[in-house]
Design a protein. Structure first.
Lengths: 219, 219, 219, 219
DNA sequence: TATGAATGAGATTTCATTCAT
DNA sequence: AATGAATGAAATCTCATTCAT
């Protein structure tokens, strides 16, 4: 199915930026970069399908059509692969937050919100699993979840700087967090199939709710 | 039962109803019931802290101050313990959904919503981990997630039957799901400490958003 | 073959003192202690036969007739098993050093040295591999070899405190180290079969060399 | 050639003679010989630092600033590299043994011994690791350790042919082995830093001990 | 009813060696 | 002659589950 805003299907588009060095820090040639990218893509998919803990390195290398040995040539551990994906996602989310539109009422305000939600949804389709895993900080004893004060906290803080909530006495921080809660989870339900409406309808509804319910802009 | 503003922390209050039979179906005496309850409580905490897969039976028995042997006297597997917790939660959630108030505008409508949210929040504090684990269906190949069509789906379906969304052309199913998304995730952020506002403020804000943004009732 | 000084064959006598707690620090019952002892004995033998790095946990558990799982119940890693053995050996060596006899000339002085060498030889037969591994600090990146400034250094320092070397201008530290070098390596050649003389002859020769050559006591 | 008291550290001076043919027997040009020499030097260092088993081919090629592929162009295996180093050392040791001086008392006898020990020490500084590894026959199932009956055995047998031990009833074989034990291990302690005396003092002491203690020549 | 001990299948990780350019 | 990449067998380690008392 085509995505809500983008003609090309990004559901399995490559993730992971141009950074490319092995676990030992060696720089890569073209072939090595391709293999690394295959592993990143496979990791993204497998984490999405099974969650961080249930995902086995074996699943990743099978999906990437390579070997265990090769995996550890590029990533020093399963967690290292996750970290690579997470950093890339965090970067995308920061950029997205920076583009959150000024909230205004009326048709055009609503269209801006709607467009932004479409971008969020695309990102979530590609990287929701990483976002969720990081959020839940299921990795307990690792240093994850402490990076940057939490992916979602960071994201909502950036949005808070750009919104004016419904009631004048509501803390923008709180409003932003509620907004993120609403949007993230609804996208989640949709991506996982719990919510069977088509994506556009869902995003339209979300846009209304954000405009009216969270930010209180008159229609 | 503790309320959303109760000063004592009920987050790990006992869970699991009066049902008490071992893995082999044997009926229990007082001591056995206490042991089983300790295991249920410990399981609830450990699943909350680490997630289903990362939770080890060893963690549970250590927290319950008992042994592996004893664990398997009461539960046939790790999954069985989870199921016991899940069933108890599912029952509570069904009851809660049945009490979802009719949406009306004005002060009294808002107060009804606010009270219901307080109950949800209490439940979530105690059993959020189970809800999340079940929702994410982290348990891959087991028959979980198929039970009753998903905990959240079921819950929102029951709520859908009781609401009339903001815009007349919005599907009540969709609106209910959005509502659940909003409420569940905001509570989650609060329980895990990502959202530092006090509980009452958060629940007040949620009540407003539900009344205005999701259900579109005028103030 | 009977040992040089002791009627019972200590070549595979149990090693590891009465300390007995699992890797997680739990205290042990009789059965557990027996298993742990089997693992210590097996470890001692396997390290002796193959050296630290070539020794596989698999060899150890096979020799101890137990399973991998059990191994890790008692020791957190291969290195941990080695550490347990090493501590026990270090203790024995300290005791032995404390008994190093005052060097005097004549028959009785020689007999004292000879008796002490017999004890060293027995210890070396049982634990030479651990001594050598620790000495070579083959374990590079671990904190081993740094414990107590080196097993052999410590040992010879204790002996230095008790000897008066041949030439008056020779540093006792140096003389003691030379003594240890001589004794340790000769025992090594004998234990490994490079030196085919019988043990008593070898120890007699060593006694003479120590009395005359290192400590310079007149015959 | 550097002497035992040379201020520059020759510990890792090039090893490996002029023989130069690849693993496949191909003859080499100048560049190839240089590469092979780099690998031999690196191998010598790495085996010294970590021991045979802990040494990784990766360590060797990194130190030699070349690649895995290149390594296997020159040596058919890790063991093959070791063998190349070992053969070179064995040759040097045979030559050294042949030069062992006739043991006589007095100053000039002592000076001869002292000079010989200086040569041994130099050799040991460069190649001690290979000597030790070969001695300990860490290479388990390979045909190593059987070559020529053991490096040290061979060496001491050659020396035995040239000495007359202290007591007339002592086997020259035994005396030679004791001598080698004494000298090898003392040099080892010095090279590894366990023995902090300066090299000349140590070698003087060794000379005395050999003359008096092992060979029993009067002063 | 309780528990300490044991198990083994399966997961992660390492590394000598081979391949393709 | 050189090299970056790939491989897979074998090693270490984990943990749900069963056993024996």
């Amino acid at each position: 199915m085509a995505t809500a805003t983008d003609p090309v299907d990004p559901a399995h588009a490559p993730v992971g930026g141009p950074s490319s060095a092995t676990a030992q820090g060696r720089e890569l040639r073209a072939r090595g970069r391709r293999t690394m990218q295959r592993l990143l893509d496979a990791g993204s998919t497998v984490f999405a399908e099974r969650g961080y803990h249930a995902a086995r390195v074996d699943d990743v290398v099978k999906k990437a059509k390579t070997s265990h040995g090769t995996f550890y040539l590029y990533f020093s551990s399963k967690e290292d692969l996750f970290r690579a994906l997470a950093i890339s996602v965090a970067t995308e989310m920061a950029a997205l937050a920076a583009d959150f539109p000024p909230i205004v009422g009326g048709r055009s305000g609503r269209a801006d919100i709607r467009a932004w939600l479409g971008r969020f949804y695309d990102l979530y389709r590609r990287s929701g699993a990483v976002i969720r895993t990081w959020t839940e900080a299921e990795m307990s004893d690792s240093e994850f979840g402490r990076i940057g004060g939490g992916l979602v906290t960071e994201f909502s803080a950036r949005i808070a700087a750009r919104i004016r909530p419904a009631a004048p006495d509501v803390d923008p921080q709180l409003a932003a967090m509620v907004l993120v809660a609403l949007v993230e989870r609804t996208c989640y339900y949709h991506v996982t199939g719990s919510l069977r409406t088509d994506a556009d309808t869902m995003l339209d509804t979300l846009a209304t709710t954000v405009q009216l319910g969270v930010c209180g802009a008159p229609d």
